[in-house]
Design a protein around this ligand. Structure first.
Ligand code: GLN
Length: 390
């Protein structure tokens, strides 16, 4: 067994004994879930997938669909048009609360039901099937395989979904939903009923973690800006009225679903997914949440953990017949550019006057605009002794 799988297995066994909570009861098809099921998946930068536990178990995506439908809305309409219909503030309320802004009726955020129904209503479509088709296609691109809907969970939720229907009618009364209420809410029920495994979810989370590029298929699914917007809203609102404490304890943008799944995003590092049907009072999976907390701590992936790499780019100095060659590698951010500048000054002071100093930034994996600006200005001031290759 490879060391990463072994580490995940250890955490899986640590959380297995946790027996509190109960599966969601208000959707009959979910109430009968096998509470013994437990599975986790992690996907890293090279698209390697690690899964442990009941990795073949399929379950419905439920509220974990919300970030991906938001991504589709942002990609189609742009940030401002989406924000005109749904906010980006944590509601501090349960997922099914009537979290609407006074006077405007704008839902607090797209991660609670009211906001998600408003987001779904923004997706164009001639009818329910057309709209759902676009949504499932987007989710499939995130997962890297064709996903489909569990018709019995859909029927179960639709036949008991009066609260969501009521929310949709309220949204219509405020003009947030403009088309058919029925189409909006049924499309929402269908998006929640898409079947996934932890592998699918981990790949979907990883696609957000790697700026909208699916690391398994290599395809760009959404723009980097859209992936960042979605991840930001997951960080502040993804775990409902536990979002603040989640950021403290786990420190990763995340989203849960009442089926017992949780996805978490470690930007540039991992997509993580967990599944276990027992839920806590917030509607978040007990064992999946505990797993995420341990993994975040043990793997050192809390978002607010300090990172040296952005401030310390890879630099190597090679002597060539022309003069010193300064090769930059990895990521060059603003703080890192500052370090390169002082190194450049030292080299310029030490090098013989006739030599040409070359700064090679062409191999950088990532170059931030502010860093290149700082570097350019400095190189221009040292010209003609220093030249920059980007
Ligand atoms: N389909 C569920 C609902 O709308 C999704 C809720 C959730 O996963 N938290 O009630």
């Amino acid at each position: 067994m490879d060391p990463i799988t072994a580490m995940l297995e250890t955490v899986l066994e640590e959380v297995r004994p946790l027996g509190s909570g109960a599966p969601a009861a208000y959707i009959p098809e979910l109430a009968s879930a096998d509470v013994g099921l437990l599975a986790f998946g992690v996907v890293g930068p090279r698209g390697r997938v690690f899964t442990v536990g009941d990795e073949d178990a399929t379950f419905t995506i439920q509220s974990m669909s919300k970030p991906f439908v938001l991504a589709l809305a942002l990609e189609n309409l742009g940030r401002e048009e989406v924000l005109a219909r749904v906010g980006a503030e944590p509601s501090g309320e349960p997922f099914n609360a009537i979290s609407l802004e006074a006077h405007t009726g704008r839902p607090a955020n797209p991660m609670v039901n009211a906001g998600a129904i408003a987001t779904t209503a923004l997706i164009p479509g001639a009818d329910i099937d057309d709209r759902t088709g676009r949504i499932v296609a987007m989710m499939s691109a995130f997962a890297g395989r064709s996903l489909w809907i569990d018709e019995s969970v859909y029927a179960s939720e639709s036949s008991t979904g009066e609260r969501n229907r009521a929310l949709a009618h309220l949204l219509k009364s405020y003009g947030i939903v403009t088309g058919s209420v029925d189409d909006a809410v049924e499309s929402y029920f269908r998006q929640c009923s898409v079947l996934v495994t932890v592998r699918d979810l981990a790949v979907m989370a990883a696609t957000l973690a790697f700026g909208g590029v699916n690391p398994v298929t290599g395809s760009r699914v959404v723009s980097e800006r859209v992936a960042r917007d979605v991840t930001s809203i997951m960080a502040s609102c993804g775990m409902y009225d536990f979002s603040g404490e989640w950021l403290l304890r786990v420190g990763l943008p995340a989203k849960s679903g009442v089926s017992g799944g949780v996805i978490a995003v470690a930007p540039s590092q991992f997509g993580v997914a967990g599944f276990s049907p027992r839920l806590d009072v917030h509607g978040n999976s007990v064992r999946a949440s505990a797993f995420m907390e341990i993994v975040s701590d043990r793997f050192g992936i809390h978002l607010l953990e300090p990172h040296e790499s952005v401030a310390a780019p890879g630099v190597s100095v090679i002597e060539t017949p022309e003069g010193p060659l300064v090769r930059l590698g990895g990521e060059l951010g603003f703080a890192g550019a500052e370090r390169v500048l002082s190194l450049l000054r030292e080299i310029t002071a030490a090098a013989p006057h006739a030599s040409l100093i070359t700064v090679d930034a062409s191999e950088l994996a990532r170059l931030h605009p502010a860093a290149v600006m700082v570097l350019r200005t400095e190189v221009e001031s040292l010209s003609p002794r220093v030249r920059l290759l980007v």
